[in-house]
Design a protein around this ligand. Structure first.
Ligand code: 13P
Ligand code: ZN
Length: 297
């Protein structure tokens, strides 16, 4: 297993945030995955970076359009940059499920260092067109782009897929070749949010995609997947795993428990600490499953 010196990463982007490019390529080379964690507030940012620091794991923090609507791009950039500057761990800030070309460009302008454009609900050619446009805008800034082909089911943010449409390997190859993306999110039976019944993942399909596509592959909808499934997907070529819902639940559970034990609590700092503790423990566990610990010297 290869570890990188901190300086290898930090030469990028004004010594604070790094792009996701190097970390995903390293993961691909060495057969592990980067954990990508959705954040909503300062406490979640601090908890995830603390977990990454303890485990010496490169990390991606990401926000969806609805989170951005809640907190604004510049506020998340400011919080994540300030926290990243305090650590020697490489931290990337990623736009998750970017919903338009305009939002992708604004995120780059504000300082996001990694972008997803999600045209998966569009027809194949339209998905290619919007993705290509984002890649062309991002490339001069050195920002890598993730896109999605096929549909991950369930509800993430304001997007809802009615049925699962898994990624076709040959279409995936054509999509990557024609768009020039840096990473590809695949649909293999995962769903956003918790699972109502045990998911059946099309792992053979994942291997087939991995055989014909050279860029790192991304797994969405990891909340509620078994450790065994996540590890098996990484073995078959997944290099980035997205965790969102279960972090929000962990954060809320910490606060609920505190309120049960001490119903008179009123200091937001007490709520924040209770939430952070839970999120940090969960993130450390997920990083160990991804195998991204001890990758930074
Ligand atoms: P979950 O909410 O199922 O963890 O999905 C995370 C995700 O894919 C974020 O893009
Ligand atoms: Zn997702």
């Amino acid at each position: 297993m290869q570890s990188r010196n901190v300086s290898d990463y930090k030469e990028e982007i004004d010594m604070s945030l790094v792009t996701s490019e190097k970390m995903l390529l390293d993961a691909q080379k060495s057969g592990y995955a980067i954990g990508a964690f959705n954040v909503e507030n300062m406490e979640m940012v601090k908890a995830i970076i603390a977990a990454a620091e303890e485990l010496r794991a490169p990390v991606m923090l990401q926000t969806t359009p609805s989170t951005i609507k809640y907190g604004t791009l510049e506020t998340y950039v400011a919080i994540v940059t300030a926290e990243a500057k305090k650590t020697s761990i490489p931290v990337a800030l990623h736009l998750d499920h970017g919903s338009s070309f305009e939002l992708a460009v604004r995120a780059i302008e504000e300082g996001y260092t990694s972008i997803m454009i999600d045209g998966s609900h569009e027809a194949f050619e339209d998905n290619i067109a919007v993705t290509k446009k984002v890649v062309e805008a991002a490339r001069p800034n050195g920002i890598p782009v993730e896109a999605e082909l096929g549909k991950v089911g369930g509800k993430e943010d304001d997007l809802e897929a009615e049925t699962d449409t898994n990624t076709d390997p040959m279409e995936a190859k054509e999509f990557v070749d024609r768009t020039g993306i840096s990473s590809l999110a695949v649909a293999i039976g995962t769903v956003h949010g918790f699972y109502l019944k045990t998911p059946v993942l099309d792992k053979e399909r994942l291997s087939e995609i991995c055989n014909v596509v050279s860029v790192p592959l991304v797994l969405h909808g990891a909340s509620g997947l078994s450790d065994k499934d996540v590890k098996e997907c990484i073995r078959r070529g997944i290099c980035k795993v997205n965790f969102a819902t279960e972090l929000r639940v962990a954060y809320a559970d910490g606060i609920k428990k505190l309120l049960q034990e001490k119903p008179d609590t009123f200091d937001p700092k007490s709520f924040g600490k209770a939430g952070m503790e839970n999120v940090k423990n969960l993130v450390k566990n997920r990083m160990l499953i991804c195998g991204c610990d001890n990758k930074v010297l």
